[in-house]
Design a protein around this ligand. Sequence first.
Ligand code: FAD
Length: 276
Amino acid sequence: MKAAIYDYAKPSGCSDAIALVTPSEGMAKFVSGSQSLGPMMNLRLAQPDMLVDLRGIAALRECRHEGDHALLGAAITHAAIEDGKIDDATRGLMQHVARGIAYRAVRNRGTLGGSLAHADPAADWINTMCALDAEFLVTGPDGARTVAAGDWMIGAFTTALDADEILTGVRFRRLSPTARWGYYKVNRKPGEFADAIGVCIDDAQAGVCRAVIGAIDGPPHAIVNARELIDDANPARLDPHLLAAGLEPMSYEYQVHRVALQRAIAIVREYSRNPN
Ligand SMILES: Cc1cc2nc3c(=O)[nH]c(=O)nc-3n(C[C@H](O)[C@H](O)[C@H](O)COP(=O)(O)OP(=O)(O)OC[C@H]3O[C@@H](n4cnc5c(N)ncnc54)[C@H](O)[C@@H]3O)c2cc1C
């Protein structure tokens, strides 16, 4: 199938883009890499009257420091991160994650912001940004606002973003030089969406030790203090967290998420034993 007929605009600024998506003007949608929206339009699951292409907005491709924080623009592609074209604020975590997304043609076009706005629970960035405790930067007709990582995703494919708001980027604390991370994605073939994602970040210098159970039915489940899970390798320690994430005990989902989390933590533990 092909997409239904739609109008197209490629503005060069956020305010022009927002003005084009006024709800009263019919159903217009922002588009970035079109790697999620495009297939939905071809299947006629989405039929916007107009696409407002955000790729003409240079500010959305920016990457900069703000004190000990990094700010990454929403239109940065997975490929730019994979290729190390973006300043590495995460000691290689984001580069590792980008490399595991789909295949190169998708990564060339797909964007960080598009993925976060799409909010597929099984996608990689939504879980990574939760682990980094990122703030989501949003701008709309009423100005700019920030949304905390825990408030971003309301449910599968649903975020705190209004239809006429643009996700302009994310801001998170840069990982310290001694920080350790583990990212473990369970999928049937490399580059596919995940059956389960486990993430663990241990940044003692910044007082952060966080883990995430990802690719569950709804928003990622954050474990704000994962220290005891790193210090004590007893897998039974994971159970209360898996239950709190809403996983049914001993189901396939439970077991696969347990493996993902256990391995992400084991990577961090191994780093701590062998720092070099
Ligand atoms: C074959 C295939 C395999 C894939 N495998 C994986 C995978 O393993 N892991 C993974 O994480 N992802 C995977 N993806 C998804 C891919 O990463 C997409 O790039 C991503 O989900 C969407 O990014 P996009 O820039 O293409 O967004 P688009 O498709 O352009 O937009 C997606 C949605 O977000 C909205 N939107 C886009 N940008 C903004 C913005 N800045 N502000 C507000 N709203 C916005 C759009 O209106 C739309 O609703 C796969 C995709 C394909 C086609």
